[in-house]
Design a protein around this ligand. Structure first.
Ligand code: DLZ
Length: 166
């Protein structure tokens, strides 16, 4: 569900998992960097807030959201990380690029989740205009980067909980 009244903080009261030994990779797109830098800052601060050590947050950038798939794939292979956050911002324009790039990035990130044991969080804003993106990157609807960080910690914990019992 995506609506202006939806607030992630209201989703659950579940306690946050222990995250002090987690290593999280963040791959961030340079396209619309005025938005993605703010999402990155939100994710970075929230990871730290919940105990992830700064030195265990590995940030790399790629040119655009389409490159997030390769960027995350390489992060999984060589970054020695427990989880990955893919951050991008795709804004609808006059041409069909929006559908191609958002569809490609989404499908690629889904495939990474299916192929590897490292969870990849979908931190890609897909908006109709710049204002909608700004509202979600530290504006009146909060910073979605916070949600991406919380989701990454929860998914790493989820994967660990199953491995521990296998
Ligand atoms: C080319 C393009 C366009 C038009 N729009 C966006 C966008 O809104 N957000 C984004 O992250 N990237 C965009 N790109 C760049 C593509 O993601 C990609 O970098 C290029 O097609 C090169 O592969």
């Amino acid at each position: 569900m995506s609506s202006s009244s939806y607030n992630f903080q209201n989703m659950t009261d579940a306690p946050m998992p222990e995250a002090s030994d987690m290593r999280i990779g963040i791959v961030v797109s340079e396209w619309n960097n005025n938005i993605t830098e703010d999402l990155l800052a939100g994710a970075f601060e929230t990871l730290k807030k919940y105990g992830v050590k700064e030195e265990n947050i590995i940030v790399r950038s790629v040119p655009g959201s389409f490159e997030l798939v390769f960027g995350c794939s390489q992060m999984i292979k060589y970054g020695n990380v427990d989880g990955v956050i893919a951050i991008g911002c795709i804004i609808r324009g006059d041409t069909p690029h929006f559908e191609y790039i958002s569809g490609g990035a989404t499908q690629g990130l889904i495939e990474l989740n299916l192929k590897s044991d490292i969870p990849v969080v979908f931190g890609v804003l897909t908006t109709n205009n710049l204002q909608q993106a700004e509202e979600r990157a530290g504006g009146m609807l909060g910073n979605k980067g916070d949600e991406y960080a919380i989701t990454a910690i929860k998914m790493v914990d989820y994967a660990r909980s199953l491995k521990k019992n296998s």
